[in-house]
Design a binder for this molecule. Structure first.
Ligand code: XLS
Ligand code: NI
Ligand code: NI
Length: 441
């Protein structure tokens, strides 16, 4: 088979002193760390939509990058995409991919025809995976937000017919995920939300979303699926107010509707910042609730208030992200999916590779920095010391359930003023420790 990128070979690891653009400086896929190669710690995934389909089209202009893969007929293009994706993954030492059903294969005249064509592509991918078992599906999802039928939502549409259609589409996307051995299925509610409450039955829409998720779980489990379901929170865009605003909101929803056990979080960096949180905040909330699942790695731009999906190059954020991942015990079914696209002006085939190299090196370095931060121990020790009043005396009594308002009042009256029990938060010192660890790596 002819190559799509004949001038680009397998990207080598050359180390941090290398000046070769098409080489890894930090990501050494086979380097063993704690008994596991780096590729297994990081579990990088290619996003089918951005990489194979995203051509730079934006609201003000047409595409700048050629993502036709040399084919004009949709069937042939869908197949060429598969070949090109496997070439990119192999050359970049990426083991996983993620898809939306419609990025694999577009819509045709009827749902039945669309499904049949999707089956052909899924079968084709399954063959390629058989030939190269190092390539795996991280997660699948259904694109239940781009067709006009989903203009008012899918699971939260005012139309029961649209709900039924979405269910049928998701059923098929779950089948594809199972067929390709995926251990994750994502729900990102792009149009599950509202523009104005003046036309919205909020309670019914929330209940219906939960109904859809329950049916999805029941169906997938009945087919033997033992992977995770993920919810990917995002506060807005395209919908003004999306129901899955952030991790805390989603956790409340899962609890209310009895969905807790099956769902975990897929945290996207740029969605965290759109919700006015840090990436680390979202990861921490998920982790501390036992709901950390997977990551959509990207970054926004501090000056732009939308989901720019840039390839992540911020070492500081990647370090604090990997700090949370390590503290969560590492990835199990999840991984690091680059839900990221090269800038519209970065339009050449090489830019695909250069963007991934930038993102992968950033996370490889972030992983090493996070390990160094944990080994250094100063941050963890500081936090432990800061809360030490909870390990003895009145603090321990409160935790052990041995205190009530009466006993606490008695304690406070006897104790007098308590401001002296506080110590400095030392934020600046802690930030300097991070710099110290980062720059002595
Ligand atoms: C969009 C989302 C989307 C999901 C998958 O902002 O990030 O790409 O990851 O539907
Ligand atoms: Ni995403
Ligand atoms: Ni996004």
């Amino acid at each position: 088979m002819s190559e799509f990128f004949p001038t680009i070979g397998k990207i080598p690891y050359e180390g941090k002193d290398s000046k070769t653009p098409l080489a890894f400086k930090y990501y050494n896929p086979d380097e063993i760390i704690d008994g596991k190669p780096m590729r297994e710690h990081l579990k990088f995934a290619l996003s089918w939509w951005h990489t194979m389909g995203g051509d730079g089209t934006d609201m003000f202009g047409v595409g700048t990058a050629d993502k036709t893969w040399g084919e004009s007929a949709p069937e042939a293009r869908a197949k060429a995409k598969v070949d090109a994706a496997f070439e990119i993954m192999t050359k970049l030492s990426i083991d996983y991919f993620c898809f939306h059903d419609r990025d694999l294969s577009p819509e045709y005249g009827t749902l039945a025809e669309t499904n049949a064509k999707l089956d052909e592509i899924v079968d084709y991918i399954a063959e390629k995976m058989k030939a190269d078992p190092s390539k795996k599906l991280l997660w699948g999802t259904a694109k239940a937000f781009d067709h006009p039928r989903y203009m008012h939502g899918a699971g939260t549409s005012p139309s029961a017919d649209v709900f039924a259609y979405a269910a049928a589409q998701i059923k098929k996307a779950i089948d594809a995920t199972i067929k390709l051995g995926g251990k994750g299925y994502v729900f990102w509610g792009g149009r599950e939300g509202y523009e104005t409450l003046l036309n919205t039955n909020y309670a019914l829409e929330q209940d219906n979303m939960a109904r859809l998720l329950k049916m999805a779980v029941a169906y997938a489990r009945s087919k033997g699926y033992d992977g995770d379901f993920y919810i990917e929170p995002k506060p807005k865009e395209p919908t003004k107010h999306q129901y899955d605003f952030d991790t805390a909101t989603v956790l409340g929803f899962l609890q209310k509707y009895g969905l807790w056990d099956d769902f975990f979080m897929n945290i996207e960096a740029n969605h965290a910042t759109l919700a006015q949180h840090t990436f680390q905040h979202e990861l921490r909330v998920a982790r501390e609730n036992g709901k950390f699942g997977s990551i959509d790695a990207n970054q926004g731009d501090a000056l732009l208030g939308w989901d720019t999906d840039q390839f992540p190059t911020n070492i500081y954020d990647a370090t604090l992200c990997m700090y949370e991942v390590i503290k969560a015990g590492g990835f199990t079914n999840g991984g690091l999916n680059f839900d990221a696209k090269a800038r519209r002006g970065s339009f050449t085939p090489e830019d695909i590779f250069l963007s991934y190299i930038a993102g992968m090196d950033t996370f490889a370095l972030g992983f090493k920095a996070a390990r160094a931060l944990i080994a250094d121990g100063r941050l963890d020790q500081f936090v432990a010391d800061r809360y030490k009043s909870w390990t003895t005396g009145i603090g321990k009594d409160i935790i052990d359930g041995k205190a009530d308002f009466e006993s606490l009042e008695k304690y406070a009256l006897e104790k007098g003023e308590v401001t002296d029990s506080l110590t400095s938060g030392r934020q600046e010192m802690l930030e300097a420790i991070i710099n110290n660890v980062l720059f002595t790596l």
